[in-house]
Design a protein. Structure first.
Length: 124
């Protein structure tokens, strides 16, 4: 029996929780879409039968996507920080994210973080 996580990251979406969960699960290892829950009735930003929450895992970290409506927007206050083995792995993740509707926020060159190049992204 798997012990439930004591802490789950909850990410608020405006209708794209399942799409985001499948996006992350398709890019990162040890990631999956674990459950999709439909709304049992109408709610302020959706209707009965719409996807309300999505349980997913990103690199072993449990997450919950909530389709809560347009009131809360994603911003750079939250990010997944991924340690990569080499530049090839960094580039693969970077290209997958930025090439699929991600928005580049910044690029950090070599000489930062002990000489390891890094990149930051924002996915809507």
């Amino acid at each position: 029996m798997t012990k439930p996580a004591k802490n789950t990251i909850c990410l608020w979406y405006d209708g794209a929780a399942e799409e985001a969960a499948r996006f992350y699960a398709g890019i990162f290892p040890d990631s999956s879409v674990d459950a999709v829950h439909l709304a049992p009735g109408d709610y302020p930003s959706g209707k009965k039968g719409d996807v309300l929450t999505v349980e997913f895992t990103v690199m072993g970290i449990p997450c919950l996507g909530l389709n809560g409506g347009p009131e809360v927007k994603h911003n750079e206050a939250f990010s997944f920080q991924v340690a990569t083995a080499d530049q090839e792995e960094t580039d693969r993740y970077w290209n997958a994210i930025v090439g699929n509707a991600g928005r580049r926020l910044c690029a950090v060159g070599a000489g930062t973080n002990g000489g390891s190049p890094g990149r930051s992204h924002r996915w809507p």
